[in-house]
Design a protein around this ligand. Structure first.
Ligand code: ADE
Length: 282
């Protein structure tokens, strides 16, 4: 009997089922570059190394919370591969992605932090004579199609808001004076390209109302969406995605990575706290 491919996909999706798998009380913390992860790895207690398919992971305790740390490498494919291995082998309760990004919102400067309220892949879509039209990633083998914008879960956003209160960041010296970094909640877009172009920056602002652009978060969010694992992407601005982006990246990536790691640590501290007991009946 001939079964068309799409029907096979759909029937498999029913067979796989939509129930979220059981998860461990453990937070996955990911970053793309060594620079983004080593700040956290240096503070790990009871560190233990693991490797799956040649990809290294470190488990331990950070800010009182059990974690698994991973450095994905750059780009969406590396990020997707690392996330899939991580979710399969460690079954974390949630995933935090920390690192640097290019600022798209003109109100943002280097050192500022964007916590993704929602995240989209900006390079997935149709290119026609009319131009580029963004589309969400297509249907996966399990039959499910992620939306163009993947929303971050409310409880993690609220936790990030709480964790950010009272946090202070070192002033960043820029050509226009010292900038005091602040935390924003907004839109992050992801693509396999380092944006160093005022024209692309304007397009990302217009098409997605993007606040920041990076190269991994959308892929991590897509894998987590499929596996129903809460995911939050946190990025600090290393550059403004303009003609000076490559130079700015060299000067500001380190301080940006530190700012993002600082907020991530504060979120882990809150995740480590046991939930408050329910109020006693009167
Ligand atoms: N990560 C940091 N800066 C970036 C940029 N300008 N484009 C894409 N990813 C980035």
């Amino acid at each position: 009997m001939f079964i068309p491919g799409w029907a096979l996909c759909l029937s498999l999706s029913w067979a796989v089922g939509a129930e979220a798998p059981k998860r461990e009380p453990l937070t996955a913390v990911m970053g793309a570059m060594v620079m983004e992860v080593e700040l956290l790895a240096g503070q790990l207690k009871d560190a233990k190394e693991h490797a799956f398919s040649g990809v290294p992971f470190i488990t331990g305790t950070l800010a009182g919370r059990k974690v698994v740390l991973a450095c994905s490498g750059s780009g969406k494919v590396h990020a997707a591969m690392t996330t899939t291995l991580l979710l399969d082998h460690f079954k974390p309760a949630e995933v935090l992605f920390t690192g640097v990004a290019g600022a798209i919102n003109p109100a943002l400067d280097r050192g500022d932090i964007v916590v993704a309220e929602k995240i989209a892949q900006h390079d997935f879509g149709d290119l026609t004579t009319q131009g580029f039209e963004p589309k969400g990633p297509g249907r996966a083998p399990n039959g499910r199609r992620p939306p163009l914008f993947i929303a971050s879960p409310k409880p993690l956003l609220e936790l990030a808001g709480k964790a950010g209160k009272g946090l202070t960041f070192e002033k960043v010296p820029t050509a226009t004076g010292e900038h005091v970094p602040a935390i924003h909640h907004g839109v992050i877009v992801t693509g396999d390209v380092f944006v160093s172009s005022p024209a692309k920056k304007a397009e990302l602002r217009k098409q997605f109302n993007a606040d920041a652009v990076e190269m991994e978060g959308g892929a991590v969010a897509q894998i987590c969406w499929h596996q129903q694992v809460p995911c939050l992407v946190i990025r600090s601005m290393s550059d403004k995605a303009d003609a000076s982006a490559a130079l700015d990246f060299v000067s500001f990536a380190e301080v940006a990575a530190q700012n993002s790691a600082k907020l991530t640590m504060a979120i882990l501290e809150l995740l480590a706290k046991p939930p408050a007991p329910p109020p006693k009946p009167q």
